[in-house]
Design a protein. Structure first.
Length: 357
């Protein structure tokens, strides 16, 4: 099966072509430069930019894959969650393309696509579904922090989530306080490598609470108060590096400790990590270390698929279409709209959901 997939849920315009589990192309065009001067994503600008880029990006994905429109079996797009107007662009482009080509169409849940992205590995990137096994999975991005228990393929239960800011949002807000460019996560990651994480201890909110929820807004506030008393040091590189290391250590400890605790409680021998923050070096190495100490396997999405991309959408879409022979398509799905707020919990009964629509 050959699937063309589109992702436009936030500030990346992406299109990929997937063929029998192999990623033939994955073109990602980031809008970071556009939003940087505003210190965050401006939804209207993001949508307008997606509109201008979507056709050339799709053409380039097809060209790199050496695939023509007529070769496609299906077209997929991220249906939600995400920025409403941004989602509309990719979703309706994919829908119109499928309609005009008389191909199957499928809308994919953005977090579910992240959830399966650690199973896409290798060069060239591909997925081997026979390798799939149950896991505790952490999805950490700019908008969400979710700890999920996956018991069967397509069946998952949310163990915990952030009660306020997402981990990526915390990275970005702290970076802004430190005068670093948007998005701040990768900057904090780089600068933390030269800092001392023990120079100041920041709070680990909810670390010892008997649940799997997270809270990061207090951490950001604590950084703000501390910086008010240290404003004369904001130009010292070492001070900024130490701050980055201290904040990163607090976020990493919270995420890793709760994931390991969940894996032990539910007797899971595998933890997976995905989402934009999954690219964080400190987070990856702490997971590697603590998983090995606890005899738990660890699997993380490849760096190129940590952030938003259409390859993960295409891989999941193809799997859905191949497995669910009763999946309705063509005319049945033409009246679907994007779902900007779409809880991941609904996706555990995907077949039921699709039939009901
Ligand atoms: O998954 P993603 O690309 O988009 C969303 O669905 O939100 O995640 C973007 C988030 C941003 O907050 C960004 O700062 C963060 O991921 N991020 C990082 C790193 N790379 C991206 N955070 C920490 N360390 C990184 N290396
Ligand atoms: Zn994402």
């Amino acid at each position: 099966m050959i699937v063309l997939a589109i992702e436009t849920s936030c500030d990346e315009t992406s299109c990929a072509v997937v063929h029998n589990g192999r990623v033939l192309s994955n073109v990602v065009s980031s809008q970071i430069a556009l939003h940087q001067e505003y210190g965050g994503v401006v939804p209207e600008l993001a949508a307008r930019e997606h509109l201008g880029r979507i056709v050339p990006i799709c053409e380039s994905a097809l060209c790199q894959a050496d695939v023509e429109l007529g070769d496609l079996d299906a077209v997929a797009a991220t249906r939600g969650p995400g920025l409403p107007n941004a989602l509309q662009v990719g979703f309706h482009t994919a829908q119109s393309l499928a309609f005009s080509l008389r191909k199957k169409f499928i809308g994919i849940h953005h977090h579910e696509a992240h959830l399966y992205s650690p199973w896409i590995q290798g060069d060239p990137l591909h997925v081997n579904w026979t390798e799939w096994r149950p896991s505790v999975s952490l999805i950490v991005s700019g908008g969400h922090t979710l700890l999920v228990r996956c018991t069967k393929e397509g069946k998952h239960e949310i163990l915990g989530a952030t009660v306020d800011d997402a981990a990526g949002e915390c990275f970005d807000k702290v970076a802004k306080l430190l005068g670093l460019p948007y998005p701040g996560g990768p900057w904090i990651d780089r600068l933390a490598a030269d800092g001392n994480p023990k120079s100041r201890r920041f709070p680990r909110p909810m670390l010892n609470d008997p649940n799997y929820n997270f809270s990061f807004s207090g951490l950001k506030t604590s950084v703000r108060y501390y910086l008010e008393s240290q404003s004369n040091r904001l130009k010292e590189r070492q001070f900024i590096c130490d701050m980055c290391a201290g904040v990163q250590a607090a976020i990493v400890e919270t995420l890793v400790t709760k994931s390991i605790r969940a894996a032990r409680e539910y007797q899971m021998s595998l933890i997976t990590l995905s989402g934009g923050v999954g690219a964080n070096q400190g987070l990856r190495s702490e997971f590697h270390k603590q998983c090995s100490e606890n005899q738990i396997d660890f699997r993380v999405a490849p760096n190129s698929l940590s952030g938003d991309n259409a390859a993960m959408v295409g891989v999941l879409a193809e799997r859905r279409l191949q497995k669910k022979t009763n999946l309705k398509h063509e005319a049945d799905l033409w009246d679907q709209d994007p779902r900007p707020s779409w809880p991941l919990s609904e996706m555990s009964q995907q077949t039921v959901q699709m039939r009901a629509q």
